[in-house]
Design a protein around this ligand. Structure first.
Ligand code: SAH
Length: 237
């Protein structure tokens, strides 16, 4: 039963709409000296925490390192029943994706770890972490598409990234998902991925321009999806 759910979100823009919607409040310095920030409140009798990766040099700490420490700190200090990694992603026209579509992740892998060696090395570096077992049912109940989250440290996509993504069935390209999955796998914590599409990696558009243009729309869709997901999780209690 979900009594305590915790979002891990990289960018303030991605979390702001639902922080506002639920009126949850910042708990100052909760994770000090780590940069992550905690917002906390109650929703339908459930404890709702939102952990932001935080900032450095005046910008949001996107990427795997910040997502890993945020997830680890959240698990150790809040012991949630479920981690939800919610954020934006790139996706592929070839898979039928559209801007501001919301997907539920069904696995998470890394696409930019090129580690030579045997199968054990490649298995470990690609990751392929499992998701919360209720993810598929939730996607079906709420009518979300599902896809495999594929994570790397860059916004752009190099040909070797695309090759790795295609060979391993990656569909939702982000910069945090597999790092969150890695930490959750170590603690045996279930993780649910909620990803909203800002850009289409095979549209031919310049990714940062496309990302920036669609960020507001994708974050609004993410808020609407998360509202439905929170309702759904609380209704199951
Ligand atoms: N400089 C940008 C930083 C955003 S980086 C800005 O001004 O906002 C992109 C963020 O969105 C990451 O947290 C990542 O998880 C997600 N993202 C969206 N589209 C992506 C894509 N095509 N590839 C990788 N990450 C993407």
């Amino acid at each position: 039963m979900m009594n305590n759910i915790c979002y891990v979100v990289a960018m303030r823009a991605e979390a702001e709409p639902f922080i506002k919607k639920y009126g949850i409040k910042e708990v100052e310095d909760f994770f000090a000296p780590l940069p992550c920030q905690l917002y906390e409140g109650m929703v339908n009798g459930m404890k709702l925490s939102v952990v932001l990766n935080g900032q450095q040099h005046g910008s949001d700490l996107v990427g795997c390192e910040a997502a890993s420490i945020a997830t680890m700190a959240a698990i150790q200090k809040l012991n949630p029943d479920l981690i939800i990694n919610s954020g934006t992603c790139g996706a592929f026209l070839a898979n039928g994706a559209g801007i501001a579509d919301v997907y539920i992740g069904n696995r998470a892998m890394f696409h930019d770890r090129r580690v030579p060696g045997d199968d054990a090395w490649s298995t470990q570096s690609i990751g392929n972490y499992p998701v919360w077992e209720g993810s598929k049912q939730l996607a079906e109940d709420l009518g979300f598409k599902t896809g495999k989250v594929t994570t790397g440290s860059s916004l752009d996509m190099q040909p070797c990234d695309l090759k790795m993504i295609q060979e391993n069935g990656g569909e939702l390209k982000d910069m945090e998902g597999a790092a969150v999955g890695f930490v959750c796998s170590l603690f045996g914590k279930p993780v649910l991925y909620v990803k909203s599409v800002t850009d289409l990696c095979d549209s031919g558009a310049e990714t940062f321009e496309e990302f920036s243009r669609n960020l507001g729309k994708a974050c609004e869709a993410l808020k609407n999806a998360n509202e439905r997901i929170i309702e759904h999780l609380s209704a199951q209690r």
